[in-house]
Design a protein around this ligand. Structure first.
Ligand SMILES: NC(=O)c1ccc[n+]([C@@H]2O[C@H](COP(=O)([O-])OP(=O)(O)OC[C@H]3O[C@@H](n4cnc5c(N)ncnc54)[C@H](O)[C@@H]3O)[C@@H](O)[C@H]2O)c1
Length: 249
């Protein structure tokens, strides 16, 4: 069945791959990112393959921006019943050097953003008696040096997900989290640069620690999101799926 999906942070990286995959699955897709014009490449890829997409500029951490964005999607694309909370940033530093701004910025995008988006979209899902919410967590939720803010936010995403599953299940809405390991995107490229390591060497070192012997690609996450958003995944809810090329706790 064709539905309307919103993918946040879909101008590039994992969000772009998820948006393209959901469009291939037959859904109309709202490609949401901070800057509407940055969504062009994702929109072109979807429409040139025969899909339906709408570029939406919005800041997921801002209540008014989220309300306006979700209303626009409902009016122009249809009631959203699939939501992928993917928008994210890193502001890495060791605890003793971390600023309050670094802490707040990460909390605002991941946790406040997922909360505001889910709250705005749930009414469409409850009315439709169908919904699929997929939240991007991370293996960093298990703890990662230099990421006290990000690890806390990504662990928070897991508690948030399980609670959505408990509250919304009776309305036909599932909520699950994907916790990726190392995925090759601009986010991990920026991490390599910050650490003064070439991206190829950085990826090689990461791959050597991963059981399937490679780093992940955005399409690896898109395939999992596609499953969790599908009709057939209706009995899977409140789960955290580690997509990391090997087992995690
Ligand atoms: N790349 C990885 O290895 C990895 C691993 C685990 C989890 N993740 C998570 O997956 C998600 C996507 O990561 P990515 O690697 O594709 O990152 P990315 O930096 O390539 O893309 C993130 C996108 O989110 C957008 N964004 C940031 N703040 C926003 C806001 N306030 N409102 C709307 N959009 C906003 C950015 O503009 C960007 O287009 C993030 O939540 C990230 O934490 C990534």
């Amino acid at each position: 069945m064709t539905r309307t999906a919103i993918v946040t942070g879909a101008a590039r990286g994992i969000g772009a791959a998820v948006a393209k995959k959901l469009a291939t699955d037959g859904h109309a897709v709202a490609v949401l990112d901070l800057d509407e014009s940055a969504c062009g490449a994702t929109i072109d890829a979807i429409t040139s393959a025969g899909g339906r997409a709408l570029a939406v500029g919005a800041n997921v951490g801002d209540e008014a921006s989220v309300t306006a964005a979700v209303e626009r999607v409902a009016n122009e694309l249809g009631d959203p019943t699939i939501l992928i909370n993917n928008a994210g940033i890193t502001r890495d530093n060791l605890l003793f050097k971390m600023t309050v701004d670094d802490w707040d910025a990460v909390m605002n995008v991941h946790l406040r953003g997922a909360f505001l988006m889910s709250r705005a979209v749930q009414k469409h899902m409850v009315e439709a008696k169908f919904g699929r919410i997929v939240n991007l967590s991370s293996t960093s939720a298990l703890g990662n040096r230099g990421q006290v803010n990000y690890a806390a936010a990504k662990a928070g995403m897991q508690g948030f997900t399980k609670t959505l599953a408990l509250e919304l299940g009776k309305f036909g809405v599932t909520a699950n989290a994907i916790a990726p390991g190392f995925i090759e995107t601009e986010m991990t490229a920026a991490t390599a640069e910050r650490m003064g390591v070439g991206f190829e060497d950085f990826k090689k070192a990461a791959a050597s620690q991963i059981p399937v012997n490679r780093v992940g690609q955005p399409e690896d996450i898109a395939a999992t999101a596609s499953f969790l958003a599908s009709e057939g995944a209706g009995f899977v809810s409140g789960q955290v799926i580690y997509v990391a090329g090997g087992p995690k706790d």
